[in-house]
Design a protein around this ligand. Structure first.
Ligand SMILES: *[C@@H]1O[C@H](CO)[C@@H](O)[C@H](O)[C@H]1NC(C)=O
Ligand SMILES: *[C@@H]1O[C@H](CO)[C@@H](O)[C@H](O)[C@H]1NC(C)=O
Ligand SMILES: *[C@@H]1O[C@H](CO)[C@@H](O)[C@H](O)[C@H]1NC(C)=O
Ligand SMILES: *[C@@H]1O[C@H](CO)[C@@H](O)[C@H](O)[C@H]1NC(C)=O
Ligand SMILES: *[C@@H]1O[C@H](CO)[C@@H](O)[C@H](O)[C@H]1NC(C)=O
Ligand SMILES: *[C@@H]1O[C@H](CO)[C@@H](O)[C@H](O)[C@H]1NC(C)=O
Ligand SMILES: *[C@@H]1O[C@H](CO)[C@@H](O)[C@H](O)[C@H]1NC(C)=O
Length: 886
């Protein structure tokens, strides 16, 4: 939902509140002593019974006690003003009602207004008897958790003017319709909102809509609307439409033809998140002379602005980000500045990649408040004239190729600026030492902008309100001043990584921090304290020191100098899903409580420490683990047999972990901060749009470079989902389990540098996916099985096993070594499969890019490797995997 939507909803809401108020007032004033019929009162009481159950706290005023008998005075009940006093209006919005609607409702035959918005009808079907309330003019069943199919009987409500069945925010579309044949009967309908109902099967939806001559508001957001098969029947579109929202559907560009028809009254048009690949913005849109809001983001639109846009002189809000628009920015600006009086307040054409050229003078746009041009291919300097656009609140120019020096002149009159993002360009910021900016920023994003001089930017001290700061990779080489930590106490996200900042964090309490990246600096001393909200913390590559038990909830602590035991406070982090303590100097046994206390752990990385003793069998209680990395420690003993309890590893394919990133932003209130909700998915502040990505994790076990002894337990072959297994550089003995071929998902197997003996099992040659094999320096013997893969690895995979023979080794086998019954194994399975489900990795540019990040799902093939995993918290089971983009 966009900002505008919110405004708009608010307006509608306020209007409704006001209207209800007026109705009540008029009714009460005109006729204070109207009664209500026994029949209708009885119907209402039955209705109440079904909706409140035993909850005596709700609809208290509804009762048959003597003082209550006039149902016209009950909460939410309004009667007609004549003697009979029929119930005409029932407004039960947001009453926490639950249960079922009694068919007695139909006894309220005079009902004109029915509102059940924001209640919980437990997915029950919209009752078909509602169709008998033939006087209804206003029916609002939105966000009431109805389910099932929309009853055709709604078509009987021929007086209806307002129909809202939307359920935004519900995870799946629970109301659906097979057709909208009932719709054309509602010929007086002005407002139709079916958002988030499932209309994927409704082929003729547009024809149905077209038959509503009075329709002004058409809101079908997120309805899975199928693409339109264009027919003559839909050419004549209704001329009455004012507000059209068809976002988040499967529409193709045929919809343009319909819209281009005669919609001269259209004020608001949202077509975001559809599929318009190969199409450009139709020139006919230029004829929509009333248009104020045009919103089409994320829809693969191509080309530039049509020249006809010069006629859109009322346009205030133009939002076209994440398309494939192309062309010179100067041309866009030229077209938009033709009107005598430029009304544009909001321009977002960010993340179109092919909008090129330099940034022209924009001072014609006197009303412009929000300007988003990031993620394109703009070059050249930023003109100083921008400093005169005194209405500007947002500047987002990140991820372009802008260059040159930014000086105080660029901001001279920008007293309203609250969000500035110049990240990832080639800009040099040169402000005088005692510069006092005219603005108070909330969001400061200056990643990779070089600061000149390289001392810590002093102007930051004048900014008292910011909650989001990114000055990473800014070439700052200085000791961090203590005022900075004072100002940072309010920060929600902070990235000062990749500088040469020195000093200590002092006694800083970063209570609000949700994202904190101090990595790659020269900070030392103890860690900052109280990080209770942090969702992402990266303190790696510094010189922080101290005993590890000083901190809690802090998870990516790799590459520091922590010593001692694993902090037992971690026990409290039951929701912890990723724990990365790699590359420190922790020395203790692996705590037994890990298994019991951190049941949600999906990733455990303890590599490169001094952990000793054996792997506790309790670790097998980590039934959600997908990545277990204990490599490069001093762990001894045998590999526990219970490993086959690790459920995700024992299941093929995609994990059940579905991670939702809701990312959104809110203007004016700390644009780039994010929150996670109770369900622990990541949510960006406010609401805007939602992208989902399913994260099937790489499943791997790495126990390499330890002191493990004994045999590889045969139970390991139960872990059929395993993608990577590294047991190299231990002192393992015995044979490779004969059923190793069960590990059909295995992409990489490293058993090198052990004392494993016996033959290589035939079944190994049946693992079709295997892309890396290392059996070097063991005591294997006999003939290397013939199979599709095993010969392709070359001698280097088998060397250092003196008794091994057969291809690809030069040493040929004698009869004895060939072993019994060896046959050439032919694999029947489909072989061209790239690694499938298990290898979908969510590509998290989001974090690096900031709030505006581009998100996608990347299909990895076996040559792509994940590089590293980041952080996690006690509060979230949200996972972030960073991967190289190929
Ligand atoms: C009173 O109002 C109801 C509904 O508004 C209507 O059906 C009825 O005819 C009216 N009665 C009189 C006496 O006006
Ligand atoms: C209501 O609609 C249903 C189905 O569309 C129809 O069979 C029925 O006759 C209608 N009832 C009235 C009173 O119009
Ligand atoms: C919508 O309905 C179709 C079939 O009617 C179904 O295949 C699809 O999964 C549904 N989509 C959602 C999001 O509920
Ligand atoms: C469209 O409207 C025109 C004029 O209003 C009319 O002549 C024509 O028959 C209509 N076409 C259809 C398919 O309804
Ligand atoms: C922290 O910043 C570094 C360098 O700028 C980056 O490589 C790393 O991914 C960041 N960490 C997190 C958790 O985002
Ligand atoms: C880690 O600790 C060991 C002693 O426990 C010490 O010998 C070694 O130098 C330490 N390594 C680092 C990198 O601090
Ligand atoms: C296995 O781990 C060792 C270090 O412990 C590493 O050198 C080797 O490359 C790893 N093997 C694979 C296939 O990643």
């Amino acid at each position: 939902m966009t900002l505008t939507n919110i405004d708009h909803e608010k307006q509608i809401y306020c209007f409704k509140v006001f209207r209800s108020f007026l109705v009540v007032l008029l009714l009460r004033m005109n006729n204070p002593c109207i009664g209500c019929s026994e029949r209708e009162m009885q119907a209402l009481l039955t209705l109440k019974q079904g909706l409140v159950g035993d909850d005596s706290d709700r609809l208290l005023s509804w009762g048959r006690e003597a003082q209550n008998r006039n149902c016209c005075q009950w909460e939410g009940v309004y009667c007609s003003s004549n003697q009979t006093g029929h119930v005409v209006e029932l407004d039960l919005e947001d009453q926490s009602l639950q249960g079922k609607i009694s068919p007695e409702l139909v006894k309220l035959q005079h009902l004109e207004y029915l509102n059940l918005r924001f209640n919980n009808l437990s997915r029950s079907q919209i009752p078909d008897f509602i169709g008998s309330l033939s006087n209804l003019r206003h029916l609002d069943l939105s966000s009431a958790n109805f389910g099932g199919e929309i009853p055709n009987q709604l078509g009987n409500l021929t007086h209806l003017q307002y129909l809202d069945l939307s359920s935004p925010g519900l995870p799946e579309n629970s109301i659906h319709a097979k057709n909208l044949n009932w719709l054309p009967s509602l010929s007086g309908l002005k407002h139709l909102d079916l958002s988030s109902t499932n209309l994927s099967d409704v082929v003729g939806w547009l024809e149905a809509v077209n038959m509503l001559p009075k329709l002004t508001n058409l809101i079908l957001d997120g309805c899975n609307l199928p693409p339109i098969i264009f027919s003559v029947a839909i050419i004549n579109s209704s001329n009455s439409l004012v507000h059209v929202d068809l976002s988040r559907n499967n529409l193709n560009s045929s919809i343009f033809q319909w819209l281009s028809g005669t919609h001269t009254n259209l004020v608001y048009l949202d077509l975001s998140m559809n599929y318009f690949r190969g199409s450009s913005i139709p020139a006919a849109f230029g004829n929509m002379s009333s248009l104020e809001y045009l919103i089409i983001y994320g829809s693969e639109l191509e080309g530039g602005f049509p020249n006809s846009f010069a006629k859109l002189c009322r346009l205030r809000y133009l939002e076209l980000f994440r398309n494939s628009l192309s062309g010179q920015l100067t041309k866009f600006v030229e077209i938009l500045s033709e009107c005598d009086q430029n009304t544009l307040e909001y321009l977002d054409i960010s993340y179109n990649k092919d909008i090129v050229g330099s940034l022209p003078d924009l001072t014609n746009f006197l009303s412009l408040k929000h300007l988003f041009l990031g993620g394109n291919n703009l070059s050249g300097r930023i003109p100083e004239s921008i400093g005169r656009m005194s209405e500007l609140e947002t500047i987002h120019f990140a991820w372009n190729s802008l260059e040159g020096v930014i000086s105080e002149t660029h901001f001279s009159k920008l007293s309203k600026l609250s969000y500035l993002d110049l990240s990832s360009n080639s800009l040099l910021l040169n402000f005088s030492f005692d510069w006092i900016p005219p603005f108070q920023l909330q969001g400061i994003k200056l990643k990779s902008c070089k600061m000149w001089p390289s001392s810590f930017p002093k102007w930051l001290q004048t900014q008292k309100n910011y909650t989001s700061l990114d000055i990473s990779d800014a070439g700052i080489s200085d000791t961090i001043p203590s005022w900075f930590w004072d100002l940072s106490q309010k920060l929600e996200d902070m990235d000062i990584s990749h500088n040469q900042m020195r000093g200590t964090v002092g006694n800083t309490r970063l209570e609000y921090a949700q994202y904190l990246n101090l990595s790659w600096n020269q900070l030392k001393g103890p860690l900052p304290s109280v990080l209770s909200k942090v969702a992402a913390l990266d303190l790696s590559h510094n010189n922080f020191s101290g005993a590890a038990s000083f901190f809690i909830e802090t998870l990516k602590l790799s590459n520091n100098r922590f010593v001692g035991e694993m902090p037992s406070q971690l026990k409290n982090c039951r929701k912890l899903a990723l724990l990365d303590l790699g590359e420190n100097n922790l020395s203790s046994s692996i705590p037994k409580w890990l298994g019991a206390s951190l049941p949600n752990l999906g990733i455990l990385i303890l590599r490169g420490n001094q952990f000793y003793r054996s792997i506790p069998p309790q670790l097998c209680h980590l039934t959600r683990i997908q990545i277990l990395d204990l490599s490069r420690n001093k762990i001894s003993g045998t590999i526990p047999k219970c490993l086959n309890n690790l459920i995700p590893l024992a299941q093929k394919g995609n994990s059940s972990l579905t991670i939702q990133h809701h990312y959104t932003f809110q203007l004016g209130e700390g644009l780039s901060s994010w929150l996670y909700d109770d369900e622990a998915s990541l949510t960006w502040k406010g609401v805007r749009s939602k992208y989902q990505s399913t994260l099937g994790l790489v499943k791997s076990i790495d126990l390499s470079s330890n002191k493990l002894t004994g045999e590889i337990p045969s139970e390991i072959t139960d872990l059929v989902g395993l993608v990577s297994l590294n047991l190299s550089r231990n002192q393992l003995t015995g044979q490779i389990p004969s059923r190793i071929g069960m590990l059909q998902e295995l992409d990489s197997l490293d058993l090198s540098r052990n004392h494993i003996n016996g033959r290589i099992p035939n079944s190994l040659s049946r693992i079709d996916r295997i892309g890396y094999l290392d059996l070097l320096e063991n005591e294997l013997s006999g003939k290397i099985p013939i199979g599709t893969q095993l010969q392709s690895f070359g001698p280097s995979s088998y060397g250092g096993n003196p008794l091994l023979c057969g291809l690809p080794l030069l040493r040929t086998c004698n009869e004895e070594e060939k072993g019994p019954g060896q046959t050439v194994l032919v694999n029947q399975e489909d072989k061209d499969g790239l690694i499938t489900q298990g290898f979908y990795i969510s590509l998290g540019l989001g974090f690096a890019v900031g709030f505006w990040g581009v998100f996608g799902t990347l299909l990895f093939n076996r040559s792509c490797r994940y590089t590293y995993f980041n952080f996690w918290t006690c509060f979230t089971n949200w996972l972030y995997v960073k991967a190289p983009l190929r």
